[in-house]
Design a binder for this molecule. Structure first.
Ligand code: GDP
Ligand code: MG
Length: 406
């Protein structure tokens, strides 16, 4: 266990950069010899790579452990929502089943039947399940961890991947203890359960494992927030950023983390949309590629769970109407995104300081010159920066409304 530290440290902040050191050097040298036009194709390739990055997350454990419920929780779905994994059914299939994330379908959670719920021996199970295709593993148990869980973890480790032990339904355990005991100490009871799990795994040959005690019904409680922070830590940077964008919007912290990830895409969009491809837009002082602007704003909205389908699910969950949620958020960016909406956005926007632009352009400081006043690059950069800022504020308002409704 324990995520390996990110290998690329070109950037000072915690969110991953999308580029390897090699790619950064290439960008620099290409820019020095050929300017913006020469780095455009490299950035286009990177944006495509980001769009196409797949993430396959395996969730395994015995029947009834709470896998399906967890998979739904991570995708922001309740069991009655469209696309949700069926809950409370015993496994009839021996095959892994994939469940795409509703907003980012390249991210898939896979329900893997636990070794114990199949007809296979541990050995043939490990062969059959093609563990290589998964990026990391979540091993769920409700009562106790077994030899099989330990075998699986060892095999995952051998493949150089990360695994996480999750002890599910902790809310139910604590509730029943609370009812039976006159003096109830929740922290002490949790520690008892935790050390039981640790010793079970220790006996099975996994010394000192981290075990997360969670309830999929209470995602802001117990170890769920800690689990979310830990997951994905060992992934390559591009995958890690995609994982962050696929998290449920549980807290302001998660929304801000998504914002940081998206912010690092803005200068790429700006370079791609500027120059030759740009067209004059009435109301904007510089030519811009409106198609790219609209696509980027729609993408931000999806990643921040502000697309129509996500708002509809949230409305149902909180017994509010979509209109009420939108009214509380007061954001024109929740309506259909048109050129007019984008132009209006620019009119009321705050200017970005040049230092912010330079910070974004850590790749090639010289690129700053193409961001001169009135350039299409600067215009695209500013518009997307403002749009992202507004959408993050909107996401925080929507989160506050959702929390207030419980
Ligand atoms: N109290 C409580 N019940 C849960 C939790 N997760 C799952 N369950 C319940 O446990 C049962 C089995 O869950 P399911 O997700 O279908 O388990 P699976 O067979 O591993 O996919 C269902 O009745 C769920 O509602 C949890 O975090 N807390
Ligand atoms: Mg299931």
């Amino acid at each position: 266990m324990g995520g390996s530290s990110s290998s690329q440290q070109a950037d000072q902040s915690e969110t991953p950069t999308y580029f390897t050191q090699e790619e950064l050097s290439k960008l620099k040298s290409e820019f020095e010899t050929g300017g913006v036009e020469k780095i455009k194709p490299l950035l286009e390739k990177k944006v495509k790579e980001l769009d196409n990055t797949e993430l396959n997350i395996a969730v395994t454990g015995d029947s009834g452990a709470g896998k399906s419920t967890f998979i739904n929780a991570m995708r922001g779905l309740r069991k009655q929502d469209e696309g949700a994994a069926a809950v409370g059914t015993t496994e009839t299939t021996m095959e892994p089943t994939g469940y795409p994330h509703p907003n980012l379908p390249n991210v898939r959670y896979w329900d893997l039947p636990g070794i114990g719920s199949t007809r296979f021996t541990a050995g043939s199970y490990l062969k059959k399940m093609q563990l290589k295709k998964y990026d990391f593993f979540i091993i769920v148990a409700v009562n106790r961890f077994t030899e099989n869980d330990a075998k699986l973890a060892k095999e995952i480790k051998r493949l150089g991947k990360e695994f996480y032990f999750v002890r599910s339904k902790i809310d139910a355990d604590l509730d029943s203890m609370r009812q039976q005991q006159t003096t109830f100490d929740e922290d002490a009871e949790m520690e008892k359960i935790r050390s039981d799990c640790v010793s079970q795994l220790g006996k099975a040959g996994i010394p000192d494992p981290t075990v997360f005690l969670i309830s999929s019904f209470k995602k802001n409680m117990y170890d769920f927030p800690h689990l979310i922070k830990s997951l994905g830590a060992g992934l390559p940077n591009v995958k890690e950023s995609v994982f962050v964008l696929a998290l449920p919007n549980l807290s302001v912290e998660i929304i801000r983390k998504k914002g940081e990830v998206l912010k690092k895409r803005i200068w790429m969009w700006a370079i791609i949309s500027g120059g030759v491809g740009a067209i004059p837009v009435p109301g904007l002082s510089a030519a811009c590629d409106m198609g790219i602007l609209i696509a980027a704003v729609i993408d931000f909205r999806k990643c921040l769970c502000l697309n129509d389908a996500a708002l509809r699910r949230l409305a149902e969950k909180t017994s509010k109407s979509v209109e009420e949620l939108k009214a509380a958020a007061q954001s024109s960016l929740l309506e259909e995104i048109t050129a007019q909406v984008i132009v209006r956005l620019r009119l009321g926007a705050v200017a970005v300081t040049v230092s912010a632009i330079e910070a974004a352009l850590y790749v090639a400081p010289g690129v700053g010159s193409v961001f001169g006043a009135g350039s299409s690059f600067l215009m695209t950069y500013m518009i997307l920066n403002d749009a992202l800022k507004l959408l993050m504020e909107t996401a925080e308002k929507v989160l506050a409304v959702a929390k207030g409704a419980h």
